[in-house]
Design a protein around this ligand. Structure first.
Ligand SMILES: [Zn+2]
Length: 261
């Protein structure tokens, strides 16, 4: 897939006002969502335990399958991971050194084919848009990883970053459940599918924040078309701690009288 590596980078945590790891759940997940998250937590933890038992972790395992060592900007796997039955895709990569967060090894980008995302309102064409997107994919979220295979942060990006077809947050959120890397059954595929369900409240908040950031940028820079403005790359970002998040989830489940995941 196309990915415009135009030398842009993810700003440092402070540049984008990254929040500290959340120890509480974002928003008010429904009972159904909490149960989905608990099930996903089990998948994520189990997958990491299986990998750890053989001295590996999710990124190392993915890179080992790809072979060839780790090269900045290259996609892992080379042709992106694509679900055989669904319309889900992802790849892992790293930007050049200065473009990485402190402690970042690289990050995943998760996508759905554009046919899997329904548009609730007609697309408004902006006269400043010189490159109306006909891209095949919709970007859902990025997952920043540390060198030990632990997630550090989740983020969204401006349209030009992944050359995606742009949809409002609500439309992307409505399609999130379609993301499933169910075939082939690899540790990385299981882990990624679990992560997008486990951190669903954070991803929803990030997508709404993305739309707010884009709208604010457009207001402040009326001379440019915001979705192609190279000065705006990361549109929202939040630090995450797997342990803290699962702990908060377990506490919430116990409070509601549901058994913890
Ligand atoms: Zn990237």
């Amino acid at each position: 897939m196309a990915f415009e590596d135009v030398g842009a980078s993810i700003p440092s945590c402070n540049d984008v006002g990254i929040a500290q790891p959340r120890t509480a759940l974002v928003g008010m997940p429904s009972m159904e969502q909490l149960q989905m998250m608990a099930s996903a937590a089990g998948v994520v933890v189990q997958t990491m335990a299986e990998l750890a038992a053989r001295g590996s972790q999710v990124v190392a395992d993915l890179l080992a399958i790809s072979g060839d060592g780790f090269v900045e900007w290259a996609h892992y796997p080379a042709d992106d991971a694509r679900d055989a039955m669904q319309s889900s895709r992802y790849f892992y990569h790293a930007h050049a050194g200065p473009g990485r967060l402190a402690s970042e090894h690289g990050h995943f980008h998760l996508f759905l084919d554009k046919g899997a995302v329904q548009r609730s309102e007609p697309l408004e064409m902006d006269p400043l848009d010189q490159n109306p997107s006909t891209a095949d994919l919709v970007h859902l979220v990025g997952i920043v990883m540390n060198p030990f295979g632990q997630p550090l942060a989740l983020f969204t990006t401006n349209r030009w970053v992944t050359n995606e077809t742009w949809h409002p947050a609500a439309d992307v959120i409505a399609a999130l459940a379609h993301f499933a890397m169910s075939s082939p059954d690899t540790p990385a595929n299981r882990w990624i599918t679990g992560m997008i369900r486990l951190f669903r409240p954070q991803i929803e908040a990030l997508l709404y924040e993305r739309d707010r950031a884009v709208a604010a940028w457009a207001k402040d820079h009326p001379e440019t078309f915001v979705l192609e403005d190279r000065r705006l790359e990361v549109t929202s970002i939040i630090a995450v701690s797997l342990a803290d998040h699962i702990h908060a989830l377990d506490e919430q489940l116990v409070r509601l009288g549901l058994s913890a995941g």
